[in-house]
Design a protein around this ligand. Sequence first.
Ligand code: PPS
Length: 404
Amino acid sequence: MGCSIWRNRVNLGLLKAQSKVSVFFTMIIIFTYLFYCLTGYCETLPRPMYDHHPATSTSKNHNGQNGFHVQNSILDGAGFAKDTPNSPVKTNRTLQSSGAKALPGSDKLHSVLQQMGDVQRHISDGDKEQFQDASSSSSISVFNSFGSKKFPQAIIIGVKKGGTRALLEFLRIHPDVRAVGAEPHFFDRFYDKGLEWYRNLMPRTLDGQITMEKTPSYFVTKEAPKRIFNMSRETKLIVVVRNPVTRAISDYTQTLSKSPGLPSFRALAFKNASTGLIDTSWSAVRIGIYAKHLENWLQYFPLSRILFVSGERLVSHPADEMGRVQDFLGLKGVITDKHFYFNETKGFPCLKKPEGSSRPRCLGKSKGRPHPQIDPEVVQRLQEFYRPFNLKFYQMTGNDFGWD
Ligand SMILES: Nc1ncnc2c1ncn2[C@@H]1O[C@H](COP(=O)(O)OS(=O)(=O)O)[C@@H](OP(=O)(O)O)[C@H]1O
């Protein structure tokens, strides 16, 4: 009898010791990882070049909202991809879904993992579209875990293929800007999820920092102006515009890369090739009628709340355009020509490497890709088609973008 009590006590002691050891080792792993992040080594973790894949999994975070998986569905919706074997998101999800949650003391572990999630999500958001080295903001985000999530005070609302990703990534090197990497698509696709869902997607910011997002399809979404106005009439709006003809070809190039069997540009652009009638129902054409879309926005926002960035100048004079953007946002002029160099191979400006980094900081392959050769006659016809709309747009904005 006495012997069996003694044996039970020994077994109980062993069990307790085992669970303590497992908690101890888990904590060591987590703190080692956090230490690596804080010392900047997370940046050197391999990051995926995102491609287009469907979302595969769903789960809820402690707020009852779809944490990583919402983010992933957005990534997918925006043409981003699920995590790859090397993805930091995958690392985090693996930790969350395997042993860690089932361990004793998992509540505390879970909240640490949530914070790691915030950090990692920031690093990996929208990687497909981002600069290949997003290191400048990753270390800041660690400390920003202590800020709060706010609605964006400024949104890049368009235009698709205008250079919106370049603008956002250039802005992200500013210490007072924090931005969602992926395109949230809240004001067009996910509005029924509610404003709190939207706010929860935002990165944490400290006082004085601006929260931003970019979703280029907002510019052509009829309901977007009213919806953004209802969130806050103070929201600053940025539109990156580019020659509508080159924009249409860029748009077509993107679609062609996903659907190689697509009809020719000529076949899609004309309603009737013999009369030269342009098909304005084709989105690649319709998006470029900037004056029409702008009218919708002016019903809710005064021109003073909208900044028009030239997509062409963002390539030829990035620092000058960034100066205008920083002024508009009321930011210190931190981003200057010191930050850029022209990458001859890519044919676009890239960000200079920060000290200690060996990685290139150009946008990914899907940005600045070669366009198919389009018949000059088709190009000319499109130029003619856009001319009156362009002139109207110059008048409305008080800015001649030089496309005509
Ligand atoms: N610095 C830099 N590097 C690479 N690419 C640059 C840069 N600045 C502007 N651009 C132009 O951005 C075009 C893509 O525009 P977006 O980022 O708005 O596209 S998207 O709507 O988010 O898909 C992209 O269009 P394509 O040239 O057709 O690929 C580029 O011309």
